[in-house]
Design a protein around this ligand. Structure first.
Ligand SMILES: C[S@@+](CC[C@H](N)C(=O)[O-])C[C@H]1O[C@@H](n2cnc3c(N)ncnc32)[C@H](O)[C@@H]1O
Length: 225
């Protein structure tokens, strides 16, 4: 485990209660106004009978998918977040980090929908993306929603690199900042192609007032071969 990976995981242990409240009380404006609806709209455009929510957090997306008739499995490295998810229902949840998903993912079976909603935070995610090809059933797809590079870039140079999320915008309850890896659009597209995924559609859901993109939403299919 790298130092960054350890700090990312630690933050999701320490901030689990604050995160659960922020999500369930709809405190994050971009989620409330734009990105929750965007991922659900993208899900609705294809098969979602069996869904795997990777880095599911407190489980809101599994609950939303279950309400739409999906059978959902949620996995996450954070035990307290998985406990919150289990308490609220909506699917089967397992404490499983990405390394375990790569090594033992076959125990979960295959899915016609894989979703990573703001859950790819590390720099070295190519092995995970490669392994996810084995989890997708024929005709299935992978949806990745992540921060929009141009909006998230702020005043920093537009280049891949580590950033720090303090969660200051989400209220004062978050104790532990989280490192996360910023990727340019060029870098995302190159990484996905090199990991064996074909881009079917790219969306940029926008804020209704500012018109700025709130996220980057990638709809992917395994490359043949
Ligand atoms: C921003 S939260 C998003 C949670 C959820 N997908 C949502 O939309 O509310 C990021 C999630 O990724 C999970 N995560 C980060 N690194 C992980 C890893 N290496 N293995 C498994 N989960 C991880 C965290 O525990 C956290 O729940």
């Amino acid at each position: 485990m790298t130092d960054h990976d350890a700090r990312i995981r630690h933050s999701w242990q320490a901030n689990a209660d604050a995160w659960t409240r922020a999500v369930r009380e709809q405190r994050i404006e971009s989620r409330r106004l734009v990105t929750d609806a965007a991922i659900l709209a993208a899900v609705a455009e294809g098969p979602a009978q069996r869904a795997l929510d990777i880095g599911c957090g407190e489980g809101w997306l599994c609950r939303a998918l279950a309400a739409r008739g999906s059978e959902c499995v949620g996995v996450d490295a954070s035990a307290p977040l998985i406990e919150s998810a289990q308490a609220a229902g909506g699917g089967r949840y397992e404490v499983m980090d990405y390394a375990a998903l790569i090594a033992h993912g076959e125990s979960l079976g295959q899915f016609d929908l894989l979703v990573c909603n703001f859950a790819l935070l590390d720099d070295y995610i190519a092995p995970l993306l490669g392994a996810l090809r084995e989890r997708v059933a024929p005709g299935g797809r992978l949806l990745i929603q992540t921060v929009h590079p141009w909006t998230a870039c702020g005043d920093e140079p537009y280049a891949d690199g580590w950033r720090l999320e303090t969660f200051a915008a989400f209220g004062g309850e978050f104790s532990t900042p989280m490192p996360w890896f910023f990727r340019t659009l060029e870098s995302w597209l190159a990484l996905l192609a090199a990991s064996g995924w074909r881009l079917r559609q790219l969306r940029e859901p926008r804020h209704p007032d500012t018109g700025k993109p709130c996220s980057l939403l990638l709809d992917l299919q395994p490359l043949a071969g």
